[in-house]
Design a protein around this ligand. Structure first.
Ligand SMILES: Cc1cc2nc3c(=O)[nH]c(=O)nc-3n(C[C@H](O)[C@H](O)[C@H](O)COP(=O)(O)O)c2cc1C
Length: 251
């Protein structure tokens, strides 16, 4: 349709990279493009920490569940919801500082919009990326490792680098829900309509799994059963406690 939409539609996560470094001017151009994302009332409640120290990278890879790409990616950014600057402004103005759920949510939304702009900028330069939510496995350890101040809440990491050609092929694109499942008119779908979209998606998803070489015996695990399983038990239940310990009230 146009080159921007082509880049967006070509996205896939990349987890193996060549050793080619990401030049500083590319990193800065991508982060600047990230900063140009919309931001609630211009709060700009985010930061990206470029983790260059090899030992720190190794430890983050380990606490993220042994994800090798955290260590091997030429560039690894830690993206945080960041209310530090607001706190400093409040201290300097001798004002109280809001730390409740709306402020936290705004920071998380802002940081996500920032990060996705950074991602698209990198992809437009030919780089591959992989978000790393695994950093939230052990936030106290990450926090101790980096010595983060109050008001800085790590959300995810971002691996960036030139995609390594795997047998000359790019990884298969993971299919998304049918457009009709997410784009509605005036009213939310009734459950029957939504289930029909989910059924269509599960059928297509099994095809995708088959193409990826997943065995027939495991094809029952299409998207819907995977989502049911994924949300069966609380994930990372210690998050609230950590974010509260760093200044967020979350109420
Ligand atoms: C916030 C966030 C956290 C993620 N965390 C991880 C992660 O820790 N490890 C990983 O390999 N992929 C991670 N991913 C990548 C997703 O698994 C991937 O985007 C999804 O499966 C869709 O595949 P695609 O990006 O190739 O289209 C994460 C994605 C997002 C948006």
């Amino acid at each position: 349709m146009n080159p921007t939409i082509d880049i967006l539609n070509a996205h896939r996560s990349v987890r193996t990279f060549t050793a080619d470094p990401v030049p500083a001017e590319h990193l800065e151009a991508a982060v600047h493009a990230g900063q140009m994302a919309s931001t609630s009332s211009a709060v700009q409640a985010y930061c990206a920490i470029d983790i260059t120290d090899a030992d720190t990278r190794r430890e983050i890879a380990e606490l993220s569940g042994g994800q090798a790409q955290v260590e091997s990616a030429p560039t690894f950014l830690l993206v945080c919801a960041d209310t530090r600057r607001h706190r400093l402004a409040a201290i300097d103005a001798n004002q109280p500082h809001d730390t409740r759920l709306e402020a936290f949510l705004i920071a998380a939304i802002d940081a996500s919009l920032f990060a996705q702009n950074v991602v698209v900028a990198f992809e437009s330069m030919g780089y591959g990326i992989c978000y790393i939510g695994g950093i939230r496995n052990d936030l106290p350890r990450l926090d101790a490792l980096l010595g983060l101040p109050e008001g800085v809440y790590p959300l995810f990491g971002l691996c960036v680098g030139t995609p390594a050609a795997r047998d000359g092929a790019t990884p298969l694109q993971r299919p998304r829900l049918p457009l009709g499942a997410v784009l509605m008119q005036d009213r939310y779908h009734d459950d029957e309509t939504m289930r029909a979209h989910m059924q269509d998606y599960d059928d297509g998803y099994r095809e995708y799994l088959r193409e990826r070489g997943v065995k027939d015996s495991q094809l029952a695990a299409a998207w819907s059963p995977r989502m049911a399983e994924y949300h069966r038990v609380p994930r990372r239940p210690a998050l609230a406690e950590h974010y509260i310990s760093k200044g967020a009230r979350l109420d």
